[in-house]
Write a protein that binds this ligand. Sequence first.
Ligand code: GMT
Length: 372
Amino acid sequence: MNIAVLCHASAGGSGVVATELGLLVAEAGHSVHFIGNAMPFRLSNHKLSDGPYFHQVGSYAYALFDQPFPELAQANVLAEVISEHGVDITHAHYAIPHATSAIHARGITGRTRVMTTLHGTDVTLVGVDRAFRHSTKYAIERSDRVTAVSHFLADQTRDLFDVDVPIDVIHNFVDTDRFTRNEDPRVRARFAHPDEAILVHVSNFRPIKRTHEVVEIFARVASEMPARLLMIGDGPERARAFELAQALGVLGRVQFLGSFPDVETVLSIADLFVLPSEKESFGLVALEAMSCEVPVVASDIGGIPEVVASGETGVLCALGDIDGMAHAALSILSDSPTYRRMAKAARQRARDHFHPSLILPRYLQAYERLLT
Ligand code: GMT
C-alpha cells in the first residue's frame, strides 16, 4: 500500500503516535509519505533507508494577506504526492485541519481514501469550538473511515457532533523494548540521591494538564519523605509551576528539564508518574511510564481509566483531588510490596494490551478494508 500521513510535527502525543505508526507501517513493507510544514518530532532521527519519505509544505506569503493558507498549501502538496506516488490511503491524524486537507486533496485528485484518527484536542477542545465545529463535523462525516484512540473519545465525538458514522476504537501503543526499566544506578544518580523517590510529569504544560497540581502533590509528598520531581516538557504553564515550587519551598527538589525526544531516559529510572489532567482522551505518556514499570497517579477522567487500571497499575482520583493524589503517591512509594506489585502490573498491562504487535494489525486491517 502507498500511504500518506498528515500529523502535527510538534512534540504532542498525536504526532508521536502518527510517527511511530508510520515507521511500523513502513517496516511492514508499505510506502509511507509524511507531509507537513516540519518533520515530525520523532521522525528526525530516521534515515530514508528506514522507509518513510517526508514532503515539506512550504509557507506562502503575499503582502495583501496577514495569514498564509497552510491547509490549502498542505492539500496542494498532498494532491501532488497522491498523483506522483499513487497514494491509495491518506491517514489524517486530527479531524481539523488534517482530515479537511485530505478530503480536499481527494476531491482534487479523484483518488485516495481518507482515514481519520481522532486524538482528542481536535474534537473535545479545538474542534468543538464555535469557530470550527461545522468544519470538524464535516471532516468526520466525509472521511472514508474514522478511528478514535479511546472508547471515551468515540462516545464524546458522537455526543458533541451528533454524528452516526462508525468510529472504530484503536488504542495507542507503546514500544516496550524502548520504554523499559533502566537499572543502571549511574543514570538515576544524575537526578537524585539513592534514598530519594523520583516523581515525574511529562506534558506540554497547557492549562488542561494542571501542572500546578503536580507541584502541589509533590510538595505534600516531599514533606513526608525524601523525593525529587522531574518536570519534562514546556508550555504556557511552566512559569506558574516554577513560581509555585518556589512559593512552596520545594524548588531545590524540582527540576524543569524542558523538552527532549528521548523521554524514556527519565521514565526508565522514575518511581511514580503524575498526571492530574482535566482532559485526556488517552494519556500516552502514562502508558509510556507504565511500560517502564512506573505506577501512575492520575485523575479519573477521559480515556485515562482505559489505560491505567486503578488499584493495579496506579491510582486514579477525582479531578482536582490533590490530597487524594498525594496520599495515593505516598501509599505507593512507602510500601515496597505495593510498589513492586504495581510496577510489574503496569509493565504487564502495557505488554498485554498496548503492544505494537496488537495494535499495528488493527490499523493495517483498517487500511486494507478501505481498499476493498
Ligand atoms: O494533550 C496533549 O498532550 C497533546 C495531544 C495531541 O493532540 O497531540 O494529545 C492527544 O493525543 C494523544 C495521542 O493520542 C493522547 O494520548 C492525549 O490524551 C490527547 N490529549 C487530549 O485529549 C487532551
